[in-house]
Design a binder for this molecule. Sequence first.
Ligand code: NCD
Length: 359
Amino acid sequence: MSDHALNQISLDTFKTLSAGEKAPYLTEQGRSFHALVAQQFSRPMLDDLCSLANDVRRLAKTRDGSSFLQSRLFDKRAMLYFAQPSTRTFLSFHAACQTVGLDVVNVRDSSTSSEMKGESPEDTIRTFSSYTDLIIMRHPACGFAEEIAWLLSNTSRPVPVINAGSGKDQHPTQALLDVYTLERSFENNGGIDGKKVAFVGDLKRGRTVRSLAWLLTKFDGVKIYFVAPPELQIGEDIIAYLDAAKIPYELTSDFDQVIPEVDAVYMTRLQDEWDSDNESSQLDISKYYFTKDHLNVLKEKAVIMHPLPRRKEIDVAVDRDPRAVYWRQVRNGMWIRAALILRIFGCDQKVRDYYKEHI
Ligand code: NCD
């Protein structure tokens, strides 16, 4: 293990680090061992993952390519531990694991595990890691995936951990699929560099926005608009990151004014599961909904995104517009997650070589 690995630092010290300072501890010999925070992905890593996801996507279309991919990790098992509701993230990770041949076991409800007998979540996950080679986990507590990664790095059989959503804090693999979708959408239009992106809705508690805002700092000339009622505006910590990265941004509550300006509109739902007293039901968020009429003022080559699930933020009539790419995001999640897993296990080069020879 390298000097920066998680067995070189105490848990207490590790917990005091900012997400950016944690990043080097998550990487071994230039590749991610754990995937926990958006801050650990550099621009070359993002470019590399997107191109690998393209190779995987095209290979999976043929029987031979698909069988080659499945033979990469047929001797390994993954554990999907989801202690919070999930549809797309769970299913796309499941499909991604199958794409690269990983066998999958899962726990989606801690009431079915020995946590109900008083076992600590740490011991429960350590048990999972004894039978598997990769832990993919979603948990309501911020920082818990990081703690588990530290714990598992400090056992005789370190197992990588992928964060599939941690509390209100981070959702790094959603941010990866969002970047992949933006890359594909702007493939013939100059890429992500120089684009204007609006985040709309519950930015205070939406972890997808927090992780993606950070990844966008890796692109040149990007400008971000945070569109929300003052009560749901983006956190100070993200603003501080943008300031440090010298990324221009605006905070506004005027959605109508922003729509014609931007190249991507990233819609989000109200994250009211975090309310302490149903307080967000008092807010009128209907002026942050994307309606059919907004299509008339949106740029011709712009895209409308949403991590889903949606409520009423996007009128279903918008789905048919070619600029609506949220259903493509759903599918892209599978390809970029397969690419991430291949990289974690060091199988990426073989896939690239096979792709060059056969496609
Ligand atoms: C998001 C999440 O879980 O943070 N969903 C997802 O993973 N696609 C967004 C949300 O729940 O609003």
